[in-house]
Design a binder for this molecule. Structure first.
Ligand code: ZN
Length: 287
C-alpha cells in the first residue's frame, strides 16, 4: 500500500489547539496518514534532541519521516565558496534525517543563474558526483536516499528528464517527482498521456527498483508563462493537475512502495488524506 502524508503542519492541527510538532505524529496517525516531511527550506533550526524525540514519537505512531533540504542549495553555482555552503546544508540535512530515522532527503538542485542550461547542468552533474562519493558511507550504511526534485520554474534545473538522467549517476539517487511543478512546466497540460510518458521514462531509464521507490510531491499549483506562481489546495477548480490518472497509473505499474507528500497550502494533511482516499477507491474498483 502506498503511503501518504503532509509537508509541515496543517491549519487544522493548530485550530485543534496543538502547538508543538512533537504532537503531530499522534495526530497524523489519528487521521490515518503514514508520512511526515519536515522542511528545512528556510534553514536547519531543528535541535538534535528534538530530532531524536521526533524519531521516537514517529516510530510509536507508525509515521515515516523525510526531510526537505534548504532552498539555498545551488549545485550549479560556479562559485566554489557557495558550493561549500551547499555542501554543508546537505550534510546537515542528512545528519538530522539520520537522527529522525528517516530515509529520504529531498533537494532542489539549483538554477541557471546567468549560465546557459547546458553549463548549469554540467556543474550540477560534477558537484553531485563529487558529493555522492563523499556521502557514499551514509548511503551504504544507513540506506539513505538523496531525492532531487522536479522544479516548477523554467529558470530552475529540474525537468523530469533532467532529474531522471541525473539520478542515473549514483545508486542512492531517487527522483522526487513534484507533479504540480511538472504541470507548471507543461503549462497545464499534464493529462493521462503525459503522466504515462513520464512514468515510462522513469522505468526505462532508472529501472524497476528505483522507479518503484519514487518519492512524490502532489499539489495543485498556479502558474504563469514563467512557471510556478503559488501552491493551492485540491479544491481549486482553475489549476491542475488531477490526481486520478496518476493514481490509476501507480496501480497499473504496481508502484506500491512510492511515498506521496501533499504540499497543499494550509490543508496539507487534509489533502493528503483526500489523495489517499482517491487512491484507495480506485484500488478497490480495480480489484
Ligand atoms: Zn521542494
Amino acid at each position: 500500500m502506498i503511503k501518504f502524508g503532509p509537508s509541515g503542519n496543517d491549519e487544522k492541527f493548530y485550530e485543534q489547539g496543538h502547538k508543538s510538532s512533537k504532537e503531530v505524529f499522534e495526530w497524523l496517525k489519528g487521521m490515518g496518514l503514514d508520512l511526515y516531511e519536515y522542511s528545512f527550506g528556510r534553514g536547519i533550526l531543528l535541535k538534535d534532541e528534538t530530532a531524536v524525540e521526533f524519531s521516537k514519537l514517529a516510530k510509536i505512531n507508525g509515521i515515516e519521516i523525510s526531510v526537505h533540504a534548504p532552498y539555498f542549495i545551488n549545485l550549479a553555482n560556479p562559485d566554489q565558496n557557495q558550493i561549500t555552503k551547499s555542501y554543508d546544508y546537505i550534510t546537515d540535512s542528512i545528519k538530522k534525517l539520520l537522527l529522525m530515522n528517516g530515509k529520504m532527503c529531498v533537494v532542489h538542485l539549483g538554477s541557471c543563474m546567468k549560465m546557459d542550461r547546458g553549463e548549469a547542468l554540467k556543474n550540477i552533474k560534477y558537484n553531485l558526483e563529487k558529493y555522492m562519493d563523499i556521502f557514499d558511507e551514509y548511503f551504504s550504511k544507513h540506506n539513505i536516499f538523496f531525492c532531487p526534485e522536479t522544479m516548477g520554474k523554467f529558470q530552475q534545473i529540474g525537468t523530469y528528464k533532467e532529474i531522471v538522467d541525473l539520478c542515473v549517476l549514483h545508486k542512492s539517487l531517487i527522483p522526487t517527482f513534484d507533479f504540480g511543478h511538472i504541470n507548471c512546466i507543461l503549462q497545464g497540460k499534464l493529462n493521462k498521456e503525459e503522466y504515462k510518458r513520464i512514468i515510462d521514462y522513469l522505468f526505462d531509464n532508472l529501472g524497476e527498483f528505483k522507479a518503484k521507490k519514487l518519492h512524490i510531491h502532489f499539489s495543485k499549483i498556479a502558474f504563469s508563462e514563467k512557471g510556478e506562481v503559488k501552491h493551492l489546495t485540491l479544491d481549486d477548480a482553475m489549476y491542475g493537475p488531477e490526481f486520478e490518472p496518476l493514481a490509476q497509473l501507480l496501480i497499473d505499474y504496481k508502484m506500491d512502495e512510492v511515498t506521496i507528500i501533499s504540499e497543499s497550502k494550509n490543508v496539507m494533511a487534509q489533502d493528503a488524506l483526500k489523495l489517499k482516499n482517491i487512491y484507495s477507491n480506485i484500488l478497490n474498483k480495480n480489484k
